[in-house]
Design a protein around this ligand. Structure first.
Ligand SMILES: *Cc1c(COP(=O)(O)O)cnc(C)c1O
Length: 383
């Protein structure tokens, strides 16, 4: 039985049941604080899962990016390159540091950062002596960017990479876990992500010294002294032990959640892959996308309907669907910021924003609910 009044979200929390066990442990031990067994446990389990040396868990993915910028000593004199097609959280920390963002377009094979645009941007920056301190590469909707090519380009200019894997936890690129390709990787456990701690994030790296420094910065940068002494700017970014307990219960079922998201994608694919004008976000060869959100483009000239026709019709039925992220170079916040399109006169992210559509993709959406979504979209398509 389908409950027609129940809202269907793009992506909603999906608990395993074990979260309560870890929370209870925290209560039993009275570690109701931003440190304790769950914080240590989650850091270790996350590092193990991703086969990387360490993780530092924090209050959000945004905080993790901010800490990565601090560790790379990004300051007001610096520029930072960043994927344009992303959620604003990827780029906001650049502004926190007073640095200058430079935005890089996507390519069509992954919808992520274009190696061609990146190369052009870095070559020009080198020519005028303004190489960025770092490049933030985003993996959209679970699909890894072309990491080998992008990292090789950054290496050739001696610029370290921060991999924003907030949406791609559990995905792989050539068999290696997404988030582990740069100097630093970041994850998010926000309520709408593939797993959630209700809110939180992580910084991961092979550099354990840098992670130790990140924990120091995340704890108000308190110097070693009995009295409270501070020599640099710090933050209150450490994750609560209760929140970390939720994260541990979630990490246990991450692979299961990836399988469920992929099954959701597969059902949409079966339903719409052969509709003229519809193209799904590609999964690059030798990569595995967690399919956090099923995303596609719809060409209204061919399909006869637009992404907004579908979004509006689903909204009437209490179903959440959205366009693809509005690129940062089109945001009022980044007005006047330098932008490198994939090719002169061909901005791929503009195209994806105009024609893109994200469908409800929660791992706890029932088959009946998904069939309801598919049925309504078919009605719109067949009008
Ligand atoms: C969600 C998200 C973030 C930020 O994570 P928060 O935990 O919400 O701060 C960063 N980048 C991308 C691409 C995201 O989708």
């Amino acid at each position: 039985m389908t409950d027609k009044n129940k809202r269907i979200f793009l992506s909603s929390p999906h608990m395993s049941g074990n979260e309560q066990k870890y929370i209870q442990e925290a209560f039993d031990l009275n570690w109701i604080a931003p440190l304790g067994n769950n914080v240590d446990g989650l850091e270790k389990e996350l590092a193990d899962y991703n086969a990387i040396n360490g993780a530092a868990v924090v209050t959000s993915g945004t905080a993790a990016i901010h800490l990565a910028l601090r560790l790379l000593e990004v300051s007001a004199e610096d520029t930072v390159f960043c994927s344009s097609l992303t959620f604003v959280a990827s780029a906001n920390p650049i502004l926190y540091q007073g640095a200058t963002p430079v935005l890089i377009d996507s390519e069509m094979d992954t919808w992520n950062m274009s190696p061609v645009a990146l190369e052009r941007g870095l070559a020009e920056a080198q020519a005028d002596g303004s190489l960025p301190k770092t490049v933030i590469i985003v993996n959209l909707y679970g699909q890894s960017a072309k990491m080998d090519e992008l990292v090789a380009i950054c290496d050739s200019y001696g610029v370290p990479v921060i991999e924003d894997a907030a949406e791609s936890l559990g995905s792989t690129y050539k068999g290696q876990k997404s988030g582990t390709f740069g100097k630093f990787g970041i994850f998010s456990f926000n309520g709408n992500k593939i797993i959630t701690s209700s809110g939180g994030g992580a910084l991961i790296s092979d550099d354990e010294e840098a992670l130790a420094k990140s924990r120091f910065l995340a704890t108000q940068a308190r110097d070693q002294a009995v009295h409270y002494q501070h020599s640099e700017i710090g933050y209150n970014y450490r994750m609560s032990n209760i929140v970390a307990g939720i994260g541990r219960g979630q990490l246990e079922v991450l692979d299961e959640r990836v399988g469920q998201r992929k099954a959701v994608f597969e059902r949409y694919y079966q339903a719409f892959a052969y509709v003229p004008g519809i193209k799904f976000q590609p999964e690059l060869a030798d990569t595995m996308s967690n399919r956090w959100l099923t995303a596609l483009t719809i060409d209204p000239e061919v399909a006869g309907v637009s992404n907004h026709d579908i979004i509006d019709r689903l909204a009437e039925e209490n179903i959440e669907a959205r366009p693809v992220w509005k690129p940062m170079h089109l945001q009022p916040l980044f007005d006047g910021v330098k932008y490198y399109a994939h090719e002169e006169g061909n901005s791929v992210s503009d195209y994806l924003f105009e024609y893109g559509l994200c469908l409800p993709s929660g791992s706890n959406m029932s088959v009946e609910e998904q069939e309801r979504v598919i049925g309504i979209i078919n009605e719109v398509l067949n009008k």
